[in-house]
Every structure is written in C-alpha cells, then in structure tokens.
Design a protein around this ligand. Structure first.
Ligand SMILES: Nc1ncnc2c1ncn2[C@@H]1O[C@H](COP(=O)(O)OP(=O)(O)OP(=O)(O)O)[C@@H](O)[C@H]1O
Ligand SMILES: Nc1ncnc2c1ncn2[C@@H]1O[C@H](COP(=O)(O)OP(=O)(O)OP(=O)(O)O)[C@@H](O)[C@H]1O
Lengths: 210, 210
C-alpha cells in the first residue's frame, strides 16, 4: 500500500516507524523541517509542505495514494487537510483527533476512521493496571480481555498444561516463542524463557498470578 | 483497589472514566478547577491541588492508596509528582510520558510502568490500517496479531464453521455476543448481528475479507 502521513508529531512518527516495518510505501509530510529530516530514513519520501495547501499535496503525488492519515491535533489544519485528501480522490482517509468535538467534525467530513490516542490510551491503561503482569492487553468487554504475558521464570521448563487447566475463566490461546507465533500450541510443549503466553479471560482471572 | 489519578487531561480523564466502570475507588487530582469539576461524577473523590506539593497529596490521603498514576505531560510536574508518591510510600506508581527522554527519567526514578499514548497510538494505528475491518487490534509480533471484527451482515445466520476453516494462518479464537464473551465457541453456533469475532493470524490474513 502507498500511504501518506500528514503531520509528524509523536503520533505521526510512531505511525511512520511502524508502517516502515510493514512494507508499505510511505510519504511523510510536515511543515517543520526538523521533523521531516528525522522522518526521512523511516519512509520512502519525506517532504516539507503545508498540508492545508491542496496544490502542494497534489504536486507531491498524494492524489495517487491508496490511503492517507492526517496526524495533527491542530483542528483547522486537520480538517482542511482531510478535505484536501477528499478533493484529491484519496480512497481511504484516516485521522487522529484531540477532542470529541474534533473527532465528530472529522467524521462529518467523511474520514473513515478517527482515533483519539490520549483518551484511548487512558482507557487501555485502566485495564493494564488491573492485569499488571501483562505487557499488553486488548479489552473484549467491560470485564473480559486478552492479556499477553512474558513467561515468568518459575514456569520455565514446565509444560503448557501447567497453566492451562481447561479453566473456564482463563484460557490459554497462543504462545509466542522468540517472536514466532504458535496459533495452536500443543499442551505438552515446554515453556521457555523467550515465550510470551496469550490468555483470554475475566480481568480478575487475568490478574491472578500465573 | 484504591487508585489516585494525578492530572486530568485527555489521558487522565480517559483513565478515570474506565476505572470507574471497573469498580475501583478513585481519587482524582488536578490544579485546574474545571477539570476537577468534570471529573467529580466519575470518581469517589476529586480535589484541586498541586501534585508537586507532597504535603497537599499527604493531606488528601494519597499515601494510603494501593496505586497512583501520574498523568501529565509536563516533565517537571510529572517527575516531582512521581517522587512525592514514592516519599508517601505508594506501592505501585505508573505514569505517562510525552517523550522518550521523559519516559527514561521516570523509569530511572522508579516508576513501574510508563506509557507514551501518542507514540503507542501511532504504532497501533499502523496495524489497524492494514486490518481495516477490525474494530480493535493487538499486535503479537511484526506480522501477527489478534483482530476483533463485528460480524459482517453476509455472515448472519451462518455457522461459525463457515469462518473457521481450521485454516492455519487465521484462527477463530473467541466470540463476543452482545457483550458476553464465549471463550470456547462451538463450531455449529450460528452467527448473529450482535456478534464480534476474534481472530488471530498473520496481518495479511486478518486483512482478508471475512
Ligand atoms: N498546516 C500544517 N502543515 C504541515 N504540518 C503541520 C501543519 N500543522 C501542524 N503540522 C505538524 O503536525 C505535527 C503535529 O502537530 P500537533 O500540533 O498536532 O502536535 P500534537 O497534537 O502534540 O501531536 P502528537 O500528539 O502526535 O505529538 C507537527 O509536527 C506539526 O509540525
Ligand atoms: N503541578 C500540577 N498539579 C496539578 N495538576 C497539574 C499540574 N501540572 C499539570 N497538571 C494538570 O495535568 C493535566 C494534563 O496536563 P498536560 O499539560 O500534561 O496535558 P497533556 O499532556 O496534553 O495531557 P493529555 O494529553 O492527557 O490531554 C492538566 O489537566 C493539568 O491541569
């Protein structure tokens, strides 16, 4: 996919560095020279431009991209940039918003997916507090989630069946060993130091010591 | 758990509203009167105070809390508040940081978990772009993840076996029906409009149409 990232603050830079790892062709645009220079090694092309200027975006070839992300919290710049992307015919437009009002304006303008990284981050953190041992967490509903746990030292050498008692409230789903994902782990497989265990269950069961 | 949230910006407010749903006793503190008033209905107690003032935190009973989160991006206030929490003997201290440097200072001071919501949000969004149909995503490694999909209309009335072909690259893990989580969904269960399907697999397989 060819993707344009407009705005290279913390969110835009985090997006850029991850997209680079996922084999996308990325164009990065920002009005700040320093941000563009820092971005250049992480993407296919980086350019200094005003994202509210439709002609400047056209000249950069943004119109031919598969998708674009507007990554600035400045309301006016963000909304104008989103409208420019539509005028240039970009098929999929995404954006970050800094407030609920900003998010609803972007949705009205036709942005297909809007995120609010600070609010979303706070909500996600509320769950990470409960399941402290987890390195990441995905909420399924108010009480259930999926937690990713580095295998604690006392489990090294034990079989998986030691942590998956067929318990109805906490289920072992997946094992990631040294970055390789095993979608259907076999029960008698031995747990090692490089393993991460992925469980689903109620938050209080996910919070229990492994 | 009794938890103190110091700083009620977007991150702190998102955290507060989610903690309230999870049955914790929460004390919310901010120097801005308006933020405290907005927070009051979402928590057990809300107070106006300077989080860099150790005596003010002591008088609010922060020392007796099980955990505390420092939720301000202002470097000096954040680090001083974290040190105050340690001096008051709060056992678990968490914080958000606005830059890598800020994060490393907090870790050096002894904060147990530091998040950077903007950077983390950008990285997560890079994956959500690839698996567009997913409403949420948890990354397992650079290529694999877990996606949560609202059941598309063309699958309503079909059995789960229609989407879980025992395919080695995309595995159906869990079904959430109208907010109730089914950890071990049976294959011949019929998919309904209120269902969300949770798959694990390679990103490009998660991106495939259901
Ligand atoms: N009109 C514009 N044209 C190009 N770039 C812009 C424009 N307006 C803002 N930017 C850029 O967008 C980036 C994000 O700016 P913003 O002020 O939104 O910071 P922010 O919301 O704190 O972002 P983050 O939280 O991601 O760090 C900055 O790098 C800024 O230079
Ligand atoms: N010394 C202090 N004492 C109490 N509250 C403070 C102090 N310093 C900052 N705050 C509060 O912390 C909150 C977050 O402030 P900050 O300037 O970090 O905004 P922010 O980083 O944009 O936060 P967010 O991204 O979560 O909205 C604000 O509500 C502010 O009033």
């Amino acid at each position: 996919m060819q993707i344009a990232v407009l705005g290279l603050g913390r969110f835009g830079s985090g997006l850029l560095s991850e997209l680079g790892k996922l084999d996308h062709e990325v164009l990065a645009v920002d009005s700040n020279e320093g941000n563009v220079q820092r971005a250049a090694p992480l993407c296919t092309k980086a350019a200094v431009a005003d994202i509210t200027d439709e002609l400047a975006l056209r000249d950069l070839g943004v119109g031919g991209m598969d998708a674009a992300v507007v990554a600035t919290g400045v309301l006016e710049a963000s909304v104008l940039a989103a409208m420019n992307l539509q005028a240039l015919g970009v098929p999929a437009i995404y954006a970050k918003a800094s407030t609920d009002l900003h998010a609803s304006i972007l949705q009205r303008v036709g942005v297909s997916r809007v995120v609010q990284p600070e609010q979303d981050g706070g909500e996600r953190f509320a769950h990470l507090l409960r399941v402290e041992a987890a390195r990441d967490y995905l909420s399924l509903n108010a009480d259930y989630g999926i937690g990713v746990y580095p295998a604690p030292p006392h489990l090294h050498g034990q079989p998986l069946s030691a942590v998956d008692s067929g318990d109805t409230t906490r289920r072992l789903l997946i094992v990631v060993r040294d970055d390789r994902v095993e979608l259907n782990p076999v029960r008698d497989r031995v747990i090692g130091p490089g393993d991460a265990l992925v469980f689903a269950g109620r938050d209080e069961d996910l919070a229990r010591e492994l």
